[in-house]
Design a protein around this ligand. Structure first.
Ligand SMILES: Cc1cc2nc3c(=O)[nH]c(=O)nc-3n(C[C@H](O)[C@H](O)[C@H](O)COP(=O)(O)OP(=O)(O)OC[C@H]3O[C@@H](n4cnc5c(N)ncnc54)[C@H](O)[C@@H]3O)c2cc1C
Length: 372
């Protein structure tokens, strides 16, 4: 039997990891990207290896994040030295992944958009198709679930700003909103550039239905409030799918990355899960002689321990008003300076029943281990 032929649609992290790993496993891979590799990226570029399953980026690294600022009412510094969290330049990083793929024999076709009508044709030409086209995925257009992503996703807007970020240093800043509405972020890439954005996460939150114009107005308000100034050099954003789909295989097509809906429900980070699911797709294909489990089951088995803990944390966050969330932030940062003793006792009692989830979350965050 000849080599299995695999078509990958989309050269984001999911498609590129499928291509590199697939070629190494002996698959014959063609990768189609509608744009140019590393262009038109929608991301704050904080790369969190949440499951300790991916490699530290070798190219495009800006810095290792050793501390984060978590603000609710007060600001707390969270020690991140033990967390695999890096700021990267995704353009450079993805171009390097594409070079690795080419070196392994992958044929890459840039500026080649695949339409949903072409899928049937591709299915007849290839043994497998990996849909890494992000949101809405090509498969969703063909199979009628393109409306899945928005109600199951975070709604985001983001600026890239040129300004003076030297006082923030190499720290990521998060301003968390109560009741799991979402958060505002400032992620410096250097002392003079930062990704500054806003995401609404909670599907029940009315802010999610704001028009695009209103979302940008909210972001502008938050920038004033947080005293962020500078020149806007890029506007981006969109939906980040934060609910893994129940079905990840449609005939010969396997969904990976955002197309599969696998970004974190807690913070929307999806780079690492895109890499993991892209890689898993080709491993599953390459080992498919007597498949013991479906591709869908294989992905769920890998991701669900982490996603379950994150969902439980979201549930807890939903019940927290501003005061309680501030207290939770102090607990996460293990910094109680701004908290009075009475408040500490009152909220600690309230948060105590959630302790086992909090401990599992903390362990997962620090070690990448999310199972019991
Ligand atoms: C504002 C914002 C900030 C974010 N910040 C972070 C962050 O800091 N950290 C983090 O981990 N995650 C972040 N995310 C999420 C992260 O960007 C995604 O989860 C991740 O990019 C998913 O990778 P992917 O490969 O599945 O999809 P994508 O990165 O979306 O890649 C899909 C690729 O497919 C191509 N494509 C689409 N349609 C076609 C077609 N028809 N034919 C050919 N090619 C096609 C696209 O051009 C693109 O290159 C953020 C998302 C947003 C919107």
């Amino acid at each position: 039997m000849g080599r299995q032929r695999v078509c990958v649609i989309g050269a984001g992290p999911a498609g590129l990891s499928a291509a590199v790993e697939g070629a190494r496993l002996g698959l014959e891979i063609d990768l189609f990207e509608r744009s140019e590799i590393g262009r038109h990226i929608r991301c704050a570029e904080g790369f969190f290896d949440s499951m300790h399953l991916v490699d530290k980026p070798k190219v495009g690294m800006r810095y290792k994040v050793d501390e984060a600022v978590l603000k609710v009412k007060n600001e707390y510094r969270v020690d991140c030295r033990k967390i695999n969290l890096w700021m990267i330049d995704r353009g450079e990083w993805q171009q390097d992944l594409a070079e690795q793929a080419r070196a392994e024999g992958v044929r890459i076709f840039e500026k080649t958009r695949i339409t949903s009508d072409q899928l049937a044709d591709l299915e007849s030409k290839y043994d497998w198709i990996i849909d890494a086209s992000g949101v809405p995925s090509i498969t969703s257009v063909r199979y009628g679930f393109r409306d899945y992503y928005k109600p199951n996703g975070a709604v985001t807007v983001q600026y890239v700003i040129k300004g003076d970020f030297s006082s923030q240093g190499k720290r990521l800043k998060f301003l968390a909103f109560p009741h799991y509405r979402g958060y505002f972020w400032v992620f410096p890439k250097s002392s003079t550039t930062a990704n500054v954005g806003l995401g609404y996460f909670n599907p029940e939150c009315k802010d999610r239905s704001l028009s695009g114009k209103q979302l940008w107005a909210r972001l502008d308000q938050l920038m004033v409030q947080e005293k962020i100034t500078g020149q806007i050099i890029k506007r981006t954003g969109g939906v980040v799918p934060i609910r893994l789909r129940e079905q990840l295989q449609y005939g010969k097509i396997l969904l990976v990355g955002d197309a599969a809906g696998c970004a974190s429900p807690l913070h929307g980070g999806g780079i690492d899960t895109a890499l993991i699911t892209g890689r898993e797709a080709v491993r599953w294909i390459a080992g498919n002689k007597e498949k013991e489990s479906s591709f869908t089951d294989a992905v769920w088995r890998i991701l669900s321990p982490k996603l379950n803990v994150e969902k439980q944390v979201c549930q807890i966050w939903k019940g927290l008003d501003l005061e309680a969330l501030d207290m939770a932030a102090a607990l996460i940062a293990q910094n109680y300076q701004n908290i009075g003793i009475m408040k500490l006792i009152r909220y600690s009692i309230r948060l105590l029943p959630k302790l086992s989830t909090a401990l599992r979350f903390r362990r997962g965050l620090m070690t990448g281990r999310w199972t019991n």
